[in-house]
Design a protein around this ligand. Structure first.
Ligand code: SAM
Length: 175
């Protein structure tokens, strides 16, 4: 069982989805809820005391207009791999990002990962969905984890994914 959150803490303005065995959001975006869909993450990781609460990225159960930033570190099993997943995800993130501010979706990804590669994200949002509530062009940066996220060890859980993300995608959501 992860950390029990009995009551929503307003000071937490960031949320990480699919945190798995990692705690990226907590390290680099303080005041960040760490969430995960798989309730067996404890057994998988050896310890899941870091997860604040369990939810699907597509249906977080969080209040509308709640967060400034949504973070995904190496998403796998959810994301932008196909149009329908991208649509469900962006609708949910739009719902939970705050109104009247520029909300941010930050994705750290390896460009070989089909759930988040920059070309997929851009194609889904621009061509497939034509999602209008974002600032364009979508920002894609090369990252070097050792330099940009010192001390953070990216975790891989399926033995297939590359161990290190090499891109950061920032989507500014205007609501
Ligand atoms: C490759 S791991 C990444 C873990 C961690 N964020 C990291 O950077 O090492 C992907 C995680 O996403 C989770 N996941 C898969 N589908 C999900 C969904 N629909 N909603 C939330 N998390 C999901 C998986 O259970 C897994 O823990």
């Amino acid at each position: 069982m992860g950390k029990m959150v009995r009551k929503d803490d307003d000071s937490f303005s960031n949320i990480e989805l699919g945190a798995g065995c990692g705690n990226f959001g907590e390290q680099f975006h303080p005041k960040c809820y760490l969430t995960e869909e798989d309730i067996n993450v404890g057994a998988r990781c050896g310890n899941a005391g870091h997860i604040h609460f369990y939810c699907s990225a597509y249906a977080t159960g969080c209040a509308e207009n709640r967060f400034d930033t949504v973070i995904m570190s190496n998403p796998h099993g959810y994301g932008f791999n196909d149009v329908s997943n991208a649509e469900r995800l962006i609708e949910e993130l739009y719902r939970i990002l705050r109104t009247g501010a520029i909300g941010k979706i930050i994705i750290v990804c390896n460009d070989t990962n089909r759930f988040c590669s920059p070309d997929r994200v851009i194609k889904r949002l621009n061509d497939d969905l034509g999602f209008v509530h974002i600032r364009r062009p979508i920002m894609v940066e090369n990252i070097n984890p050792a330099v940009d996220y010192p001390g953070f060890e990216f975790r891989q859980t399926n033995g297939i994914l590359p161990a290190f993300p090499n891109k950061r995608i920032t989507i500014d959501v205007i609501k």
